[in-house]
Design a protein around this ligand. Structure first.
Ligand code: CDP
Length: 795
């Protein structure tokens, strides 16, 4: 067998006992079209909901007349803001301690905002009836550009809050301003750059949806929904609707991608629940693509100004950053409570920097609310992108090679654990080794030689080489520092071992395509020495799983993966006691080899996990104080985050005539500590790299000056396909996390975080002959062409 678990013929069977390239269990149903998504659920008597949305970005709601819609023969209910006001449900809390309108009562504050909800016998009838609702709006001037949101004459968006006179949400800072200013004052070189991380959208292939089913006899509400955090949703429904929490069951079936989009609670969910309560029948609401793109949580939208202070020979000493954060009409951004700008203050990145300071200001605009961590840990993508752009700007200023400049400043292995200037403690790493690996795979020196030769010969297309090095901070988080809406960020795990030695693991996190049913079974198999196929993973049903905060920010492996290892070790220790009784030996005298306990020094006496499981359920006399069975539970409160990292190299070709960028090569070397399933990890990295191509080259949520959304379909909001992506070249280094029981770090979002900077750095590098120092994403052909046209040609 291959060291990473692969059989010589490349086919690892699930009879496999632990880590390695085990094929995904869930693929058996997915590739046969047997997945079960929310829209596949059909309950007897089920009705269908549809939402009437505002065509205006900002308007006063004068009247809503639902008479004609109510008269539609197939309509069973029409719910408006007024109906909800009567139930005290017109507003709901956001994840950031703001409130959001469920259905508008006073004003609409972004295009697409929810105004009324129709419940009908069929989906088509519900949609038809929307056209029968007559809404009178009085249009108001919108705030579209975040940079104008704080102007004296800016219209006040949130006049629902008494006494509010502006669009300011928060000011937040981190780091030591004075020390940083001092370092800048003394610096030999300072460069500054305005950098925009545009508004983008997670755009999962499956849109959001719900089937709400209130059983009026039992008083039990069952909610089938596309959520990344079923337990947190249950608690929020209990708090919002005043329903008893033990009478709410949230079931999250198969999910077609989440990427942060399915963390929050959307108005449509609350409306469907109210619809079910009002009609006494189950109500399904599934949003369409435009609704998903226009109204559900966006990501990024950070206007950043970064400055970097360095010595003339390229030693980075300080970083100073100002951010204007566009949060849309309601502050619905998702992150732990204490961090209004998420984990943005990790912006010192992967470098040994003496002083750093950031100040972030959040503002309201007439756009959809959100600010979710789209495939990243709470704003780390913005932070990583900024610092990696700044390092390249510094390299250009100093005339230094970007790889050498990074090598010079990267944290070295002996500096870990490393405390950053903004208060993080990185757990482990050997960054220069990882960058060296990436440069070697890329053949960096040859690439630079090729580029120089082409430039000299004036040979097109323009070739660019871009590097990025990122550090993620995943596995939120230690309870004493992190909560969401007051809920601590720990996760539970329960492990049952049946008499025949087959196991069922119940976890609180929720896969959206990451392969948890396989990889979490591998963790149990690894710890108990039983086949992966003998472990069933149960998740996504609050009635069947222990409490925990769910899957986002790559937290599953760092938190729930750790919980799984811990609970399996508890089971193993119980098995030791039972084995002692079976072998008539003291448990302390037993020795573990994967799958069996045996008397130390005499392996022939051993008993297997399966034999122990049967005995634990049998008539065997166990020592005083020891119960039967092997089952165990745990709750894991992570002592720190885990800090995966990676080095990426992109090679692009740019046609200056059309502005078209082709990603010729992309080398990604990721270090996520110990890999449970290297094949799954590589799949995660592939997906994140494709995300990077999308954001760097194609995607932006754009608005016109009236606040009209310009990207409400996949004709305008582009997803990268195999055509735009090169054949990824992956490498790895392994630096185990010292505090995670398996040495594993999260990886799901690393590539989304790290890749945009490599591509943008490569494009800017290609355009260097034109004197270009920076260009904002997305680098569409039109944008690149404009950049090229705006600069005189210089060689
Ligand atoms: O929270 P999320 O599942 O999105 O992210 P993750 O914890 O990084 O895990 C993504 C997938 O990669 C899961 O199936 C993990 O079990 C797997 N993984 C792994 O095999 N080894 C690692 N060191 C990290 C993740």
């Amino acid at each position: 067998q291959h060291p990473d678990g692969q059989h010589p013929d490349g086919q690892a069977g699930n009879g496999h006992h632990g880590f390695g390239r085990v094929p995904r269990k869930e693929d058996a149903r997915f590739i046969r079209g047997r997945g079960n998504y929310v829209d596949d659920i059909k309950l007897p008597g089920m009705l269908y909901g549809a939402i009437l949305r505002s065509p205006h970005a900002h308007a006063r709601l004068v009247s809503v007349d639902t008479t004609a819609a109510e008269a539609h023969p197939q309509v069973r209910a029409v719910i408006t803001g007024e109906t909800l006001t009567g139930l005290n449900l017109a507003w709901m809390p956001t994840l950031s301690n703001d409130v959001q309108a469920v259905l508008a009562t006073d004003k609409v504050r972004y295009q697409g905002q929810e105004v009324a909800f129709v419940v009908a016998e069929t989906h088509y009838a519900a949609r038809d009836a929307l056209e029968l609702i007559d809404v009178d709006y009085e249009a108001l001037p919108p705030v579209v550009d975040a940079r104008k949101a704080l102007d004296d004459d800016a219209p006040v968006i949130r006049d629902d809050v008494e006494g509010r006179t502006d669009n300011h949400i928060f000011d937040w800072e981190a780091g030591d301003a004075e020390h940083t200013d001092r370092v800048f004052g003394e610096a030999e070189v300072v460069v500054a750059q305005d950098v925009l991380y545009p508004r983008v959208h997670p755009a999962p292939l499956e849109t959001c949806g719900i089937v709400a089913d209130m059983d009026k006899v039992t008083g039990k509400l069952t909610v089938h929904t596309t959520t990344q955090a079923p337990h947190a949703h249950r608690t929020v429904y209990a708090l919002v609707a005043g329903l008893p929490e033990h009478k709410i069951r949230v079931v999250s079936p198969d999910i077609g991608g989440g990427f942060g989009n399915k963390v929050g609670i959307y108005p449509g969910y609350v409306c469907a629940i109210v619809g079910s309560i009002v009609t006494g029948r189950p109500v399904k609401w599934i949003e369409d693509r435009s609704e998903n793109l226009m109204t559900t949580s966006f990501a990024r939208d950070y206007h950043m100004r970064g400055e970097i202070a360095a010595t003339r020979d390229g030693r980075i000493r300080g970083l100073r950053v100002k951010v204007l954060a566009d949060h849309g009409a309601f502050n619905g951004t998702a992150q732990p409570t204490k961090f209004p700008a998420g984990f943005f203050h990790v912006f010192t990145g992967s470098y040994d920097i003496e002083a750093a300071h950031c100040a972030v200001t959040g503002v309201y605009t007439n756009k959809a609310p959100g600010g979710v961590a789209y495939a990243c840990s709470f704003r780390i993508t913005e932070a990583a992108y900024l610092v990696e752009r700044l390092v390249d700007v510094l390299a250009a200023e100093l005339g230094a090679d970007p790889a050498e400049l990074r090598m010079r400043n990267l944290l070295r292995a002996e500096q870990f654990p490393y405390s950053t200037a903004t208060g993080w403690e990185y757990d482990s790493g050997d960054y220069p080794r990882t960058l060296r690996t990436a440069l070697d795979i890329a053949g960096y020196d040859e690439l630079r030689a090729e580029q120089a030769g082409r430039r000299e010969r004036g040979e097109g297309p323009l070739m660019g080489i871009g590097i990025s090095f990122f550090t993620e901070a995943v596995g939120a988080g230690p309870r004493k520092h992190m909560d969401i809406l007051g809920l601590g960020m720990a996760d539970g795990a329960e492990l049952r071992v049946h008499p025949t030695g087959k196991a069922v693991l119940r976890i609180s996190v929720q896969t959206q395509g990451q392969g948890h049913e396989t990889t979490f079974a591998q963790i149990v198999a690894h710890e108990l020495g039983i086949p992966v196929d003998d472990v069933e993973v149960v998740h996504g049903d609050t009635d069947q799983t222990p409490f925990g905060l769910g899957t986002y920010g790559s937290r599953s492996t760092p938190v729930s993966g750790a919980a799984t290892a811990v609970v399996a070790r508890k089971v193993r220790e119980r098995a030791r006691i039972v084995a002692g009784a079976m072998l008539e030996a003291s448990p302390e005298d037993l020795e573990w080899t994967p799958g069996r306990w045996a008397v130390r020094g005499d392996p022939s006496t051993g008993v297997t996990m399966q034999e122990i499981a049967m005995a634990a359920h049998g008539s065997l006399e166990l020592p005083e104080g020891v119960e039967g069975h092997l089952d165990a539970t745990t709750v894991y409160n992570p002592p720190n985050l885990t800090y995966p990292f990676g080095a990426y190299v992109a090679v692009v070709d740019v046609d200056p005539g059309t502005g078209k960028v082709t990603v010729r090569r992309f080398v990604a070397v990721d270090d996520c500590g110990v890999r449970i399933n290297p094949m799954v990890v590589e799949g995660q990295v592939h997906g994140g790299l494709a995300d990077g191509v999308g954001m760097a080259l194609m995607q932006v949520m754009a608005f016109d000056e009236d606040g009209n959304h310009l990207g409400a379909s996949f004709m305008d909001y582009l997803l990268p396909t195999a055509v735009e992506c090169p054949s990824w070249e992956l490498g790895e280094t392994v630096t185990p996390s010292p505090h995670h029981p398996l040495g594993a770090k999260g990886v799901g979002e690393s590539a989304t975080v790290g890749s945009p900077a490599a591509i943008v750095n490569a494009v800017v590098d290609a355009l260097r002959p034109y004197g270009v120092r920076h260009a904002d994403m997305p680098l569409t052909p039109a944008n690149v062409w404009r950049v090229v046209q705006g600069r005189p040609f210089r060689t």
